[in-house]
Design a binder for this molecule. Sequence first.
Ligand code: PA5
Length: 446
Amino acid sequence: MKSIQLNIQDALYFAEKQYEANGAAAVEAITKLDKGTGAGADFIGWVNLPNEIDATLINKINATAERLREACDYVVCIGIGGSYLGAKAVITALSDSFADYYAPAPKSPKVLYAGQNIGEEYLGELQKLLEGKKFGIIVISKSGTTTEPAIAFRILKDMLEKQAGKDAAKDLIVAITDEKKGALRTMANEEGYETYVIPDNVGGRFSVLTPVGLLPIAVAGHDIAKLVAGAVEMAKATAHPGPDNIAEVYARMRNALYESGKKIELLVNYNPKLHYFAEWWKQLYGESEGKENKGIFPAAVDNTTDLHSMGQWIQEGERTIFETVISVNKPAISVRVPENAANLDGINYLAGKNVDEVNKMAELGTKIAHVEGGVPNMRIELEKLDEFVLGGLIYFFEKACGISGYILGVNPFNQPGVEAYKKNMFALLNKPGYEAESAAIQAKLK
Ligand code: PA5
C-alpha cells in the first residue's frame, strides 16, 4: 500500500540472525490466520472483515449517525478497552486539536466517552456538562456484562430519561453488543433500542472496523467508507507471505528484537493527534501477547514532548528497548516560523521554514542519536492522516499482531489474565455468586 511504508533498516542489524531464523514461523503464522488452523481461530473474523463490510451496513451506520447528529449536541460513547479505544484513536487522529473548545456546531455533536474508568469525579463532571443539554448514548459492550460501562450506562440512561422522557430517550440510545447474549442485549431488546451486533468471531481489541468503531467515527463526522477502503487495500497487501508484506516484516522484526533481549517496544509519534492511536495499539499488543510469562511490553511516547521527559531514559537507560516510529509525511496545515528583526530568541535560522521541517529534523536527529545509543528503530511512514490511511494502518497493526503472537507461540486472541482483577473486585463488592471468593479475600486482608 503506497500510502504506508515500513523501513526496518535501522533495526535489522541489531538482530539479523534472529530475523532470518523466524521467516518460516512467520509464513506458518500467515497460513494459520488464512486457514483458521491456529490457536484462538474462533476469533479471527477480523482477518476478512474489511471485505465483508458492504454498502448496506455502511449506509445503515451512516443513517444512525445522521439521526444522532441531528438530535444531539453531545453523544456519549460508553465502553472500555476494545469497545472504545479504536473509535477514540481514529476520532482524535482526524479531529481538530482544539475541537473541544469550540461550541458544538449544528449537526456536529461532540463525542464524549464514559465507562472507560470508574472515576466518580469524571462521571459527576460529565453529568454536570450534560445537564439540560441534548445528548445521546452509544453503549458498547461485547459481553454486555462489563462493570465499568454498566455503571456509566445506568447513571447516564437514568439522567437522559429524566431529561428527555423515557420515550424520547429510547430513540437517543443505540446499543452495540452480542447478537443474543448478555445483560445489554436483554436490556436493548426490552427497551426497544436500535442495536448493532458485534460479530461472534471478532474480539474487542480487533473490533474497530465493526459498528463498535464505525458508528462513533461516523457520528464524529468522518468518512467510514474511506476508512474501510483503506483496510481493504491493506488486507490485500498483507494477504500472502513475502518480503513486501509489511505486516509480516514488522512482526518478524519485533520478535527478532525480542529474542535479542529488547523486551520493550516504544511506539513513537511526532504528531499529538496520534496519542490515542498509541493507546489503541498498546491494548492490541498488550492483551494479545502478554501471556505465559512472555511478550514485548508495549509502551508509547509522544515526541517531541516526551523527549523532554523520557528522552534521557531512552538514550541512556537499560538497553532493553526498541522504537517503532509513526511519521506523517504531509501536515494538512502550513505554519511557518516568521522572520524577526531583533532575533532576541535566536531562532532566525529557522525563519521561513515550516514547523514540520523542524519536527522532521527533530525526528531524524533523535533516530540517529537513539540508534547510536543502542535503540533499534523501525519507521512507519504515512503519506498523510486521513480515513483511508488510518484504515490501512489499523489493519496493518491487527494483521501484524496476529502473525507476531503466533511467532511468539501464544494464543493472541484470548485474555485470560484480565479476569483476575475482576474476580477480586467482585469478591470485595460482595457480588452475588462470589460468596466463597469474598470470604477468601476478606481472610487475606485481616
Ligand atoms: O479486547 C478485549 O476483548 C477487551 O479489551 C474488551 O474489549 C474489554 O474488556 C471490554 O469488553 P466488553 O466489550 O465485553 O465490555
